[in-house]
Write a protein that binds this ligand. Structure first.
Ligand code: NAD
Ligand code: RBV
Length: 448
């Protein structure tokens, strides 16, 4: 077995294996892709020769993804993309299979930087020829430090053939690299497959947002006022999660279309400076910085709970809380801060409760999205890796999405698990709406 890993405790691997087996049952997309492409002939495996450097939350669901990549012929080196999101038993399971992995819950920022080197270099030097990223930290690390190793050279068979990116914020960064001419590798934006953003970001957060707040605080949700900043896919799922738990939801938005959607869905839309004064629970879901600003803390209710479900920890100005306010740790990833009440005359203090230090709350305080929805996301990831590995030369150094027929295929692979039966078009009907009987059924700009 490899000793090429850094994890918390290898003895957790058996527990990890049992949970991975449970999760596999709920991840039919990944099992189907393995059955389709793994015919039992090693030479024919679609990822044979691929050396994938992965930077994505090292959870049980990700362990199933890694198993799938390996079953399809890839070699893998893995690290988590967040210092608080690792399931230590999942990391142990991966290490026990001889796969190099760098992930433990509660690592430091300095450890994280080491992880970026761990996945890029093995003992022989520069290692990957494919990248699977979540949030773009690994891509950025490669562009900033290994510019000359990136461009693929078919003659020497060196360099990176493709990057697939999991999340909204990572895609934003990829597009910036593309715009500034720094992207020297073709990339697939997995996030904007419909079966990713409209499922993981929305229905995933609908399950995991309240799960995290409950596990962290045990607070009674019903009757509380919850503020959701940002009404994109993640905000929609988070608002639905809080509303279903009995909260009265207020939304803040900068985009009039999303603000109007929130109104139509029955939520009150308020300016952020007003909303923060009303919330018992405040959740940021914008992918933007400085959404909850230092001045807001002094206006909040006593014992207000604040957390972030967006990718990076810059949505809430956590640094200010840590620098300026007395902090009491209640339990791991639940901290109480004594904040001066700037709405009162005289000096009065109140408490603010911050979850997961402002990092992804559903992965820090709970276990992230459930397996089924991650199966949709990760099936897209596997298809993107296969496409880029096999056909890299057909792509320019730009950011692409998977074609709609594959997106529809990912959905199709998940229907049977839910006992859903599709209706088949007749030839006359297909002709009438101008599609093929087997799809695609919508134009590329259909919005779902
Ligand atoms: P999105 O672009 O669909 O939505 C973000 C919304 O925030 C937009 O509607 C935008 O108008 C709004 N917004 C931007 N700045 C704002 C501000 N200052 N105040 C109020 N609203 C503002 O993006 P998304 O797919 O919903 O993703 C949001 C974040 O969540 C990203 O960082 C993404 O990477 C991350 N994400 C997290 C998870 C998770 O499991 N925690 C899952 C998927 C995505
Ligand atoms: N996410 N992964 C999990 N259980 O492994 N849960 C959420 C899990 C991903 C999700 O796809 C999102 O885009 C990304 O985390 C943000 O980092």
């Amino acid at each position: 077995m490899t000793t090429d890993y850094k994890i918390k405790d290898l003895s957790l691997s058996e527990w990890g294996r049992k949970e991975v087996d449970l999760a596999k049952f709920e991840m039919p997309g990944l099992s189907s892709v393995i059955s389709k492409y793994n015919t039992g002939v090693a030479a024919e495996l679609p990822l044979k020769g691929a050396r994938i450097a992965g930077c994505l939350h090292m959870t049980i669901q990700t362990a199933v993804l890694i198993d799938a990549l390996v079953a399809l012929g890839a070699e893998v080196r893995w690290m988590t993309c967040n210092i608080y999101s690792t399931h230590d038993h999942a990391a142990a399971y991966i290490a026990s299979k001889g796969i190099p992995v760098f992930a433990w819950e509660g690592m430091t920022e300095a450890d994280y930087q080491q992880g970026l080197e761990f996945v890029v270099n093995d003992k022989n030097g520069f290692w990957p020829n494919m990248v699977l990223d979540d949030g773009g930290d690994l891509t950025k690390h490669l562009i900033e430090n290994y510019k000359d190793n990136l461009k693929y050279d078919p003659e020497t068979n060196t360099g990176i053939r493709g990057i697939s990116e999991e999340t909204t914020t990572g895609v934003l960064r990829l597009k910036e690299f593309e715009k500034s001419g720094l992207l020297s590798v073709p990339a697939i934006n997995v996030n904007d497959s419909v079966t990713k953003a409209k499922f993981d970001n929305k229905y995933g957060c609908r399950e995991s947002c309240v799960d995290a707040i409950r596990r962290a605080t045990d607070i009674m949700m019903a009757g509380k006022v919850a503020v959701v900043c940002g009404y994109g896919d993640v905000g929609k799922g988070s608002a639905a999660s809080l509303s279903a738990a009995g909260c009265r939801v207020i939304v803040t938005e900068i985009d009039p279309i999303c603000a109007l959607q929130a109104c139509m869905d029955g939520y009150q839309v308020m300016e952020v400076n007003d909303a923060v004064c009303e919330g018992d629970i405040i959740v940021t879901a914008t992918g933007n910085c400085d959404v909850i600003h230092p001045k807001h803390f002094g206006w909040m209710k006593d014992n207000a709970i604040i957390c972030n479900i967006g990718h990076f920890d810059n949505e809430i100005c956590v640094e200010w809380l840590n620098e300026k306010c007395e902090r009491t740790n209640i339990k791991p990833l639940v901290d109480m801060y004594k904040v001066k009440d700037t709405r009162q005359f005289g000096v009065r203090y109140k408490n603010i409760i911050l979850l997961a230090q402002g990092r992804l709350v559903n992965l820090g305080c709970a276990t992230g999205h459930p397996s089924f929805v991650m199966s949709c996301s990760f099936t897209n990831q596997v298809l993107a890796q296969i496409e880029l590995w096999k056909n890299s030369e057909d792509y320019e150094n730009k950011v692409y999405v998977l074609p709609k027929n594959l997106d529809e295929e990912v959905a199709r692979l998940h229907l049977r698990h839910l006992n859903a039966e599709l209706t088949t078009l007749t030839a006359k009907q297909a002709n009438y709406i101008g599609v093929e009987i087997g799809g695609p059924y919508k134009s590329d700009d259909y919005r779902y």
